[in-house]
Design a binder for this molecule. Structure first.
Ligand SMILES: Nc1ncnc2c1ncn2[C@@H]1O[C@H](COP(=O)(O)OP(=O)(O)OP(=O)(O)O)[C@@H](O)[C@H]1O
Ligand SMILES: [Mg+2]
Ligand SMILES: [Zn+2]
Length: 736
């Protein structure tokens, strides 16, 4: 690809694309006007405006369909590239593309990112004052916009509808379309009114997009948005650069800290917690541990929330500790990890949240700590939830699918993709692929545990939580065991072959398999309909052997050693000699971003900087071939970048005409040099680049030994006390 001409300003790039405007019945073929070798207008916009070489997955098909006036319903994973599917048709078709999005707080950034590309974008929402709104409306009416972002509530007002009537609309994009689904936690009532767009503008194509992939949501979107005749496009949901890991929860905060220090020092990431209280506490803990962490949840003042979000987006290496209220539409490309300290309520939720990692295609971690208390907590929440039985059953089956993912001994990714109806083979980039867990026949252990529950109930008319059951099995003469005479039960001490932590693992898995369930406020254990099959020996109980809580701190320190800076360079996978070049470019980017008041990634993504480092271009032509360097950015930042590189050559940091990599490929080989290393989301996995050794490491001291106080045993590290006061003692005595 030859670099685009440079004689233009912001408006010109679009004037050029307007030349590509085609009638609604355009078939995709278009005479070559700009030397792109007969490429379609969509491909030319992709290259010239966005600076990308090729479409991903079904992007091209979707875009051609919408360009030619068709309606579309698009399912693509988080970070999969949905935006281009409406942005490019809006640039190719005549008129203004109207984008309906619930993400008011992000509209400014989205518009800034488009403007940096030379796209004429604007937004209308409640954050603007009258004058700002008027200016945008005037630009819209004058045909000076390519894209207009609107909050859904705008479209309910007659004034907004009349405004749209007076302009030319190229398409309606309904982003985050799952907001129309009434059972989802993202439901926005205003989305329901979007079904009427078609009545008012019957010839304007509509494209609805979501990362929520289940059949049910899919159907609901089609019905509620009146999109039954739309063509459905379903992209692969695989995100190969994300490494999925689910670890037993021992001391979650410490485990988290180990993960951050050993594998992600200086990296941006998101930590999800279930409740506001745990968000605050975890953020506090991280800050005290020297991590640049911020809290985010719906209970915070909206200004604090906005400020925290903005810092996360703008500054490098901020860790956001948040409830699921955070994250929808966050398009920060370099989120290097997503950690869950609590079990997500569904696989969909988990997949969307983890999908916020690694949008730039570089290796990223999705880490979840999960334990017995999570299952108890979630089952209790479902039991106490509002709504009818059908609703509770639905919640229950969502949880079951999530639990099955946690307990599987098979490839996590295979499981995840199967959940979304996609077949695949073991991925080599998840914890179960990298360190396959053993499974064991837990039938006898299950029988012992169930029988303890049965005997307590039958002989003593009592129900207890897991702690007491495990103490009985282990034959521990604790105060509570003595107090209740439990050492005289025939099951007392029959389980000495397993440790405290292992018994809790058994209980967790029995709960997950619904062979045991919890009841009441205190989470006492009771049998289910299927427990009898295990007790009678009719049903076998295969269990996953939890990996030993390893003592890896020393090793982890060794691998994480060095400054955050060099570690970051390792993440983008650069040779040692190239690191100073990368750092200098990042410094330039940070200064430029600050000057322009935009997030750094709006200037260039890490992946683009990386490719520049590897290609070490000496001319604008060469720079223009780098992925992510479009026409406008080349015009704006090309010269400054070449100057930074020239300085580095003068200083001897960068050898003239060669990449910093040993072997020195010639500059024009930018594509070659970078291609194998810059992994696009679908260009394959590079497990070697992602730290693997400590994948399921738990911190030292997560006790499996009987002599340890219970507080150190599995699952007890998480403190719910401030949100859900657990009455002391944690059991319930039916017979008393
Ligand atoms: N064809 C392409 N080539 C290279 N990069 C691309 C391509 N398409 C999209 N991208 C990049 O992929 C990233 C994710 O794209 P996008 O923001 O559209 O995701 P999304 O599907 O809307 O995700 P979400 O569900 O989180 O909103 C962006 O950084 C974008 O620039
Ligand atoms: Mg999006
Ligand atoms: Zn796998």
């Amino acid at each position: 690809m030859t670099p685009p001409p440079l004689d233009h300003d912001l408006g010109d790039a679009m004037a050029a694309s307007e030349a590509d405007d085609v009638p609604a019945d355009h078939d995709g073929g278009h005479p070559d006007r700009d030397g792109s070798g007969g490429a379609s207008p969509a491909v030319r916009v992709l290259r010239r405006v966005f600076g990308y070489d090729a479409f991903r997955g079904p992007q091209e098909e979707i875009i051609e369909h919408v360009v030619s006036g068709g309606d579309a319903l698009v399912l693509m994973p988080t970070g999969g590239g949905k935006s281009l599917c409406y942005q490019i048709p809006a640039l190719v078709r005549n008129g203004v593309g109207i984008v309906v999005s619930p993400l008011i707080a992000l509209m400014q950034d989205q518009v800034d990112a488009l403007r940096a590309l030379g796209v004429r974008a604007g937004f209308l929402n409640s954050t603007q004052d009258f004058e700002e709104r008027q200016a945008v409306e005037a630009a819209f009416l004058a045909g000076e916009l390519d894209l207009l972002y609107l909050a859904p509530e705008r479209l309910r007002t007659e004034s907004a509808l009349r405004l749209l009537d007076r302009g030319t609309i190229s398409l309606f994009a309904i982003d985050e379309a799952h907001c129309v689904a009434q059972w989802g936690h993202d439901f926005r009532p205003d989305y329901l009114t979007l079904s009427t767009l078609h009545e008012r503008w019957p010839t304007v194509p509509r494209i609805a997009l979501t990362a929520t992939a289940t059949e049910a949501t899919h159907d609901e979107i089609a019905v509620r948005l009146n999109l039954k005749d739309a063509r459905h496009f379903v992209a692969s949901f695989d995100r190969p650069n994300i490494q999925y890991r689910i670890a037993p929860k021992n001391e979650p905060k410490k485990q988290l800290l180990t993960l951050l220090r050993a594998e992600h020092p200086g990296d941006a990431g998101i930590v999800y917690c279930l409740s506001r209280g745990s968000v605050e506490k975890t953020a506090d803990f991280l800050v005290r541990s020297g991590i640049d962490a911020l809290p985010y949840h719906a209970g915070l003042d909206s200004r604090v929330r906005a400020a925290n979000q903005s810092r996360f987006l703008r500054d490098d290496g901020v860790v956001m500790v948040a409830t699921i209220a955070f994250g929808m539409g966050i398009d920060k490309p370099d989120v290097r990890f997503v950690a869950h300290l609590d079990l997500p309520k569904s696989v969909e939720g988990y997949y969307q949240e983890t999908g916020r990692a690694g949008r730039d295609g570089l290796p990223s971690t999705a880490w979840l700590a999960y334990g017995y208390q999570d299952v108890v907590q979630q089952r209790k929440m479902i039991e106490g939830s509002e709504g009818d039985d059908a609703h509770r059953r639905r919640l229950g089956s969502h949880l079951d699918a999530m639990l099955a993912l946690c307990e599987t001994v098979e490839c996590r990714r295979e499981r995840l993709l199967a959940y979304f109806g996609e077949e695949s083979t073991p991925c080599g980039n998840c914890d179960t692929c990298l360190t396959p867990p053993a499974s064991w026949d837990g039938t006898v252990a299950a029988q012992k545990m169930l029988s303890t529950v049965v005997r307590l109930h039958r002989e003593r008319r009592q129900k207890f939580g897991v702690g007491q059951i495990v103490d009985i099995l282990l034959g521990k003469k604790s105060a509570k065991v003595i107090q209740h005479d439990h050492d005289t039960l025939s099951v007392f001490g029959i389980g000495a072959e397993l440790s405290d932590a292992e018994w809790r693992g058994v209980a967790r898995q029995l709960l997950a398999q619904r062979l045991l369930t919890v009841e009441g406020e205190y989470g006492t254990l009771v049998l289910t309909d299927t427990s009898g099959d295990v007790l009678s020996g009719r049903r076998k109980v295969p269990l996953r052997r939890d990996p030993e809580p390893a003592k890896r701190a020393a090793k982890a320190d060794a691998r994480g050693g060095g400054s955050g800076g060099s570690r970051r360079a390792a993440v983008v996978d650069l040779p040692e000699t190239a690191v100073p070049v990368f750092e200098r470019l990042r410094g330039w980017r940070a200064a430029t971003a600050k000057e322009q008041g935009v997030p750094a990634y709006v200037i260039f993504h890490d992946a683009t900087l990386r490719e520049i480092v590897m290609g070490a271009p000496t001319t604008l032509d060469e720079l223009g071939t780098v992925n992510g360097v479009g026409e406008n950015k080349l015009a704006k930042y090309g010269q400054p970048i070449l100057e930074v590189l020239a300085e580095l050559r003068d200083e001897g940091v960068l050898t003239a005409g060669s990449t910093p990599a040993a072997g020195g490929a010639a500059a024009p080989a930018a594509d070659e040099a970078a291609a194998p290393v810059v992994a696009g989301p679908r260009s394959g996995v590079r497990p070697a680049a992602a730290p693997v050794g400590s994948s399921i490491a738990a911190p030292a001291g997560a006790g499996a030994s009987d002599s340890r106080p219970r507080a150190a045993a599995a699952d007890s590290g998480y403190d719910w006390s401030d949100e859900e006061p657990e009455p002391e003692p944690p059991y319930w005595d039916e017979g008393a």
